[in-house]
Design a binder for this molecule. Structure first.
Ligand code: ARG
Length: 464
C-alpha cells in the first residue's frame, strides 16, 4: 500500500501525486539541509525522551539514536542522497532512517510535528551560530585593544563633517570602534537568551496527547527554558528577527569602520597601509591596490539589512499558528549569519595588520588649525568669556588661512595682534601633545586615558 502513496510522509489523503513543479517550488531541502546536525540532535533528544515517557522501548531508542548517527556520517561523507521529492531536511533524514531501520524509523515522529521540529532546529542552529559570531567579535575586539595600546600616543586629526576638528590619538579612535562592538556583543548575548527557548513539544500547534516530558528534551538540548505556549512555539520567529536586528547594527558599525579604512588607505589620506594580502589589484591600472575587504564588508551590510526587512515583512500579519510562509525564514537568516560571521572574521584577521603612517597622520593634524579650540580654551583660562575667545581665534585662523600659517607657526607678536592676553605659554597649548594631553578624563583622547580604557577593555573581555 505504501508504494502507491503519493508522498511517503503525508500521501495518505491524496489521490494524485503533487505536480512536479509544485514539488520543487515548495521544497526547502536545497537550503535547509544545512540544519542536518541540529535536526539530528533534536531527533535524538526526542527519541530519548519518548523512551523515558514509555512511548518507545529502549531498543527502539538505541536503534534510532545509532541510525541517526550513521546518517550524520553519510551526510558528512557526502554519500547521502538528498531528494527534492522529500521536501525538506526533516523528511529526508526520517525517510533514510526508515529505509535503514524499517518500522522503528517510522516511530520517531511520534508526538512531534515538523512544525515544532523546524522551530527547534533553527534555534539550535542559531545558538551555535551566535556563539561562533561572538568568538569572532571577541577576536576583533582583542585586536583593536592591542593596536590601541600600541598607538596610544599616535596623533591624528579628529573629524567632524569630515573636516579637521581637533587632534585625537589614533588609539582613541580605535577604541571608539571597540565601544560599538562591545554593544554589539551585549545585544547578541541578550538575543541568545530568547533564541535559547525550546519549542519542541508544541507538536503541530496544540501540543500532543502523548505523555511527553519537555523538561527532559529541554535539558538534553541545553535550552534555558521551555516555550510556554504551543501556538506561539511553532509560529514565533521574532528571535530570528531580533538576531537580524543585532546583526544589522553590527554590520552598520563595520560599514562605518570600513568606510574609514577605505578613506585612510587612499592616496589623499595615506593614514594607514593595509598589507597586500587584504587587497587586490586592478586588471587595467597597474598602480592600484584596492582595499577590497573593507569595501566588500561595506557592501555586504546591505544584505543583512535586507534580511531584517525581509523577515519583518515575512512575519507581519501572519495568523497563528504555523504557516508555510515561515519556510522563507531560513535563507535570509542563514545569509545574515554567514555575512556577519565572515565580515567579522575578515576584520579580526585584518585589524592587527593595520600599519599606521604616523608621520602623515601627525602632519594632517598639524595642518587644518586643529588646535583652534585649545587656543580659545587658553583665553578662557586668562579670564575672557568663551564667545569672545571664539571670535578672537576665528580672526587668528582667518589670518592663518591668508598667510598660509598654522596657529603654532605664528610668532608671539603675530598672535598678540588678536589678543594681548596671549603670552609665551600659549605654545605649550598649541602643540598637538598639549592638545590631546589636556583632554584627560574618562572617555577623553589623552594617551593616559587611552591606556586606562584599554585596561578596562581587557578586563571586559576577560569577564566574558
Ligand atoms: N520545511 C518546512 C519549513 O521550513 C518545515 C515545516 C513544514 N511544516 C508543514 N506543516 N508543512 O518551515
Amino acid at each position: 500500500m505504501s508504494s502507491e502513496k503519493t508522498n511517503q510522509s503525508w500521501g495518505g489523503r491524496f489521490s494524485e501525486p503533487v505536480d512536479a513543479f509544485v514539488a520543487r517550488f515548495t521544497a526547502s531541502v536545497d537550503f535547509d539541509k544545512r540544519l542536518y546536525r541540529h535536526d539530528i540532535l533534536g531527533s535524538q533528544a526526542h527519541a530519548r525522551m519518548l523512551t523515558q515517557a514509555g512511548v518507545l522501548s529502549e531498543a527502539e531508542r538505541d536503534a534510532i539514536v545509532a541510525g541517526l548517527d550513521e546518517i550524520r556520517s553519510e551526510i558528512e561523507a557526502g554519500t547521502f542522497e538528498w531528494r527534492v521529492d522529500l521536501e525538506d531536511v526533516h523528511m529526508n533524514i526520517e525517510a533514510r532512517l526508515t529505509e535503514r531501520l524499517g518500522v522503528v524509523g517510522k516511530k520517531l515522529h511520534t508526538g512531534r510535528s515538523r512544525n515544532d521540529q523546524v522551530a527547534t532546529d533553527i534555534r539550535l542552529w542559531l545558538r551555535d551560530e551566535i556563539d561562533a559570531i561572538l568568538a569572532e567579535l571577541n577576536r576583533l575586539q582583542q585586536g583593536l585593544l592591542q593596536l590601541a595600546e600600541a598607538e596610544a600616543d599616535t596623533i591624528m586629526p579628529g573629524f567632524t563633517h569630515l573636516q579637521t576638528a581637533q587632534p585625537v590619538t589614533f588609539g582613541h579612535h580605535l577604541l571608539a570602534w571597540f565601544e560599538m562592538l562591545s554593544r554589539d556583543h551585549e545585544r547578541l548575548v541578550d538575543c541568545r537568551k530568547r533564541v535559547n527557548r525550546m519549542p519542541l513539544g508544541s507538536a503541530a500547534l496544540a501540543g500532543t496527547t502523548y505523555p511527553i516530558q519537555r523538561q527532559v528534551t529541554c535539558e538534553l538540548l541545553g535550552f534555558e527554558a521551555i516555550g510556554g505556549n504551543s501556538l506561539d512555539g511553532v509560529s514565533d520567529r521574532d528571535f530570528a528577527i531580533e538576531f537580524c536586528a543585532a546583526a544589522s547594527l553590527a554590520m552598520m558599525h563595520l560599514s562605518r569602520f570600513s568606510e574609514e579604512l577605505v578613506l585612510w588607505t587612499s592616496a589623499q589620506f595615506q593614514f594607514i597601509d593595509l598589507p597586500d594580502r587584504f587587497c587586490t589589484g586592478s586588471s587595467i591600472m597597474p598602480q592600484k591596490k584596492n582595499p577590497d575587504v573593507p569595501e566588500l564588508v561595506r557592501g555586504k551590510t546591505g544584505r543583512v539589512f535586507g534580511a531584517l526587512t525581509g523577515l519583518l515583512t515575512l512575519m507581519k500579519g501572519q495568523p497563528l499558528a504555523y504557516n508555510k510562509d515561515n519556510q522563507e525564514d531560513k535563507e535570509p537568516l542563514f545569509d545574515a549569519a554567514d555575512t556577519l560571521r565572515d565580515s567579522l572574521r575578515a576584520f579580526a584577521d585584518m585589524v592587527p595588520a593595520i600599519k599606521p603612517r604616523r608621520e602623515i597622520m601627525r602632519e594632517a593634524a598639524r595642518r587644518g588649525f586643529s588646535t583652534a579650540t585649545d587656543l580659545a580654551d587658553y583665553l578662557v583660562r586668562k579670564g575672557l568669556p568663551f564667545r569672545d575667545c571664539h571670535e578672537i581665534v576665528g580672526h587668528a585662523v582667518k589670518y592663518g588661512v591668508d598667510s598660509g600659517k598654522d596657529l603654532a607657526e605664528m610668532s608671539l607678536d603675530e598672535l598678540r595682534r588678536f589678543s594681548d592676553q596671549i603670552g609665551q605659554d600659549v605654545f605649550a597649548v598649541l602643540t598637538l601633545e598639549g592638545s590631546v594631553n589636556a583632554r584627560d578624563h574618562i572617555g577623553g583622547t589623552a594617551p593616559a586615558q587611552v591606556r586606562a580604557a584599554v585596561k578596562r577593555g581587557l578586563e571586559l573581555l576577560a569577564k566574558r
